[in-house]
Design a protein around this ligand. Structure first.
Ligand SMILES: [Zn+2]
Length: 452
């Protein structure tokens, strides 16, 4: 007997689409076949006319603002996510390992979806030397900021080199927020002195050239150390020239973009004001379209949400307002609509960049990231015919808004399970906090050829 049978759907992985039933036992996928006898299973879900996908693995979230890990996981589960990798931020003065443990404990207590952690370093000189300690906890990736100098979050090239060197030795992955922080700070100061509204000149203060420059610099530093690198949240067409050149050399340079760069353009500023302030910025339509091309041709490996639920009003002072916006809940839906419904990428590629590649890059594959025999039964049923409107009121994030307010989209996750247990059913999250598992990562071990 099976525990659960999902029947009648189209099973989509990163490379295949097949009409098949999926049988689950003891938390794993036990059998996949064109027709499995319904009487062989205790529970059923009728997926006729729907897509059966591996759950989304969201590898970029910041559960330290309005949404802590618990509420982030609920918003994520509504969005078809079954695994998150959170940034465990270690602020200056905080003990590194104790802080990482606190994030882990919070996730085990409050999360409704499985999770892993990246370290986020804010004080590299005091934190980077402790990288070997975090590996003992199953945390094998760490992010440094090349920007936010004024906020004192920035790591300079000395510490980028040091982090790359130590991570290379441990067999881990360097992650960077790549923007030239000192140059962008100068530009911001200059426009402020001229009395310009930062919203009006936001893109001029954070130019694409300075993002592409930082990507090139960080990757070259990582190459010297022999450390794989992961570039979070790519926003610009110009980045793709750098990415294609360096990946053409076969280097393990992994690349991510986010729903806000794929599904929005600079029209957001007039409409959403300070709520649309994210870093790097949401750029022009030409950048947006180039990012879809990059996803299609294999230059970009992943889509991740960069969920940062900040409480902001549209007419808040744009300069003072913090960077970040809620994204995890809408990520699959808006990217499916913009990517698949508009014919920019096939659904297999969407599954590849939202589930399979994140799992491969962080060493969770094939437990996670695919629908195949032996994998964790982390499954999402997506109804591609369900037309609905995203509004502020439909959101579970405590930020209270979405940059997709009033957008009509086609397609929605309607059911999900984690390790065989129901997670999302009949429009409700039925899993309880405390059921999530922490998964250690083994980041940066896969060749880029496996991601295309
Ligand atoms: Zn981020």
């Amino acid at each position: 007997m099976y525990d659960y049978l999902i029947y009648g759907g189209l099973v989509v992985t990163g490379s295949t689409i097949v009409r098949a039933d999926v049988a689950v036992r003891d938390g794993r996928i036990e059998h996949i076949a064109p027709e499995i006898d319904r009487s062989s299973s205790a529970k059923h879900f009728d997926a006729t006319g729907k897509l059966v996908l591996p759950g989304v693995i969201d590898v970029h979230s910041h559960p330290v603002y309005e949404d802590r890990i618990g509420n982030t996981s609920i918003a994520a589960a509504f969005g078809g996510v079954t695994h998150t990798i959170h940034y465990a931020y270690v602020k200056p003065g905080q003990p590194v390992i104790d802080t990482l443990k606190r994030f882990q404990d919070e996730g085990l207590a409050d999360s409704v979806v499985d999770f892993s952690l990246h370290a986020g370093f804010f004080d590299a000189p005091n934190q980077v030397p402790l990288i070997p300690e975090m590996f003992k906890m199953g945390i094998t990736s760490g992010k440094l900021f090349m920007t936010y100098a004024k906020l004192k979050w920035m790591s300079d090239d000395y510490w980028l080199m040091a982090a790359a060197d130590i991570l290379a030795k441990e067999g881990g992955l360097l992650m960077v927020h790549a923007e030239n922080g000192l140059a962008t700070d100068y530009l911001e100061d200059k426009y402020l002195k001229e009395g310009k509204s930062i919203m009006d000149v936001f893109l001029d203060t954070r130019p694409d050239l300075l993002e592409a420059e930082a990507i090139n610099r960080a990757t070259r530093i990582a190459q010297v150390a022999g450390c794989p690198i992961y570039i979070v949240h790519n926003t610009a067409a110009l980045n793709l020239d750098v990415i294609r050149r360096i990946r053409g050399e076969g280097y393990r340079m992994y690349t991510e973009t986010c729903p806000q760069y794929l599904c929005l353009n600079d029209e957001v500023y007039a409409r959403f004001g300070a709520r649309a302030k994210v870093g790097p910025p949401i750029r022009r339509e030409t950048d947006r379209l180039a990012l879809w091309e990059g996803l299609k041709d294999g230059s970009i490996d992943t889509i991740a949400s960069d969920h940062a639920a900040k409480s902001k009003q549209p007419d808040d002072d744009f300069f003072q307002a913090p960077f970040g916006a809620p994204q995890v809940e809408t990520s699959l839906t808006v990217c499916y609509d913009e990517g698949v419904n508009k014919g920019r990428i096939p659904v297999t590629r969407l599954v590849k960049v939202m589930s399979e590649n994140p799992a491969r890059i962080f060493g969770l594959y094939p437990h996670k990231g695919t629908v195949q025999v032996g994998s964790d039964a982390d499954i999402v049923v997506f109804d591609p015919h369900l037309r609905h409107k995203i509004t502020d009121e439909t959101q579970k994030t405590k930020a209270g808004y979405t940059l997709y307010h009033d957008r009509e989209v086609l397609g929605k996750p309607v059911f999900s399970m984690q390790r065989g247990r129901e997670l999302l059913r009949d429009g409700e999250i039925v899993a309880r906090p405390g059921c999530a598992k922490f998964y250690p990562t083994r980041a940066g071990q896969v060749d880029i050829d496996a991601l295309v």
